[in-house]
Design a protein around this ligand. Structure first.
Ligand SMILES: Nc1ncnc2c1ncn2[C@@H]1O[C@H](COP(=O)(O)OP(=O)(O)OP(=O)(O)O)[C@@H](O)[C@H]1O
Length: 210
């Protein structure tokens, strides 16, 4: 059981090759920090691990199954959820947030919604936010909802790419406290990208240098 990148190489169209035969494995319950200088490809690797991009060479497996391209999932929840750097990218700007949360259909929508309801309390989401559209919330408020949405489908792996970098220290500490409590309880594997040595030191059980 693990999230694995096997001999992965990747090149954007017209870009240079970012990795040559990169292999990486993250087990359930592990918290792995990806570290590298700016531009080395941390965000790209997060997107590869979550199925937003496909490797040019090699493959990505979640518990032995190929991670399917997110665009082709058509409503089916991926076992690998990505918390992006900018939470506004996680939501349709035209749709009220309550509806967006309801759209994360997993094994059954009702199941995902019940899970989301439980998580709304844990992440301190106020009921009135659900009637608003993404641009009507602050970045921190929207990130709370992005966390609820990602975890409501019971992922086996969560990828946090600089997800709390734009938050104040108090909110950042609060959200990581909640996330790590849920991770310990539910046992999903975590991949973390952060430029903050303090956050990496607090959260990560292992570091992988790209
Ligand atoms: N869509 C794209 N098309 C072409 N090149 C891209 C694209 N996205 C990123 N790149 C390039 O790929 C390289 C890796 O980018 P990436 O964002 O993965 O790095 P990073 O390690 O996360 O950087 P940072 O720490 O600065 O956020 C960079 O040189 C970047 O310019």
């Amino acid at each position: 059981m693990s999230l694995e990148a096997q001999d992965v190489s990747f090149r954007y169209p017209c870009g240079r090759e970012l990795y040559r035969g990169l292999s990486l494995s993250v087990g359930p319950g592990e918290r792995v920090a990806l570290t590298a200088p700016s531009g080395r490809g941390k965000t790209t690797l997060c997107r590869l691990l979550a199925g937003y991009l496909e490797p040019s060479v090699g493959r990505v497996l979640a518990d032995g199954e190929p991670v399917r391209p997110v665009a082709r999932l058509r409503g089916e929840a991926s076992p690998v959820q990505l918390l992006p750097q900018h939470p506004e990218l996680a939501f349709d700007p035209r749709v009220r947030l309550g509806q967006s949360l309801g759209e994360v259909a997993g094994a059954g929508e009702a199941c995902a919604r019940a899970r989301a309801d439980e998580l709304l309390g844990s992440f301190g989401v106020r009921g009135e936010w659900l009637a608003r559209r993404p641009h009507e919330l602050s970045g921190g408020e929207l990130m709370r909802l992005a966390m609820v949405r990602a975890l409501s489908v019971r992922p086996r792996y969560l990828i946090a790419d600089e997800s709390t970098a734009m938050l104040d220290a108090v909110t950042q500490a609060e959200l990581w406290h909640v996330l790590l409590g849920l991770q310990e309880r539910d046992g999903w594997g975590l991949v973390l990208v952060s430029h903050s040595p303090a956050l990496v030191g607090r959260v990560a059980t292992r570091r992988v240098e790209l």
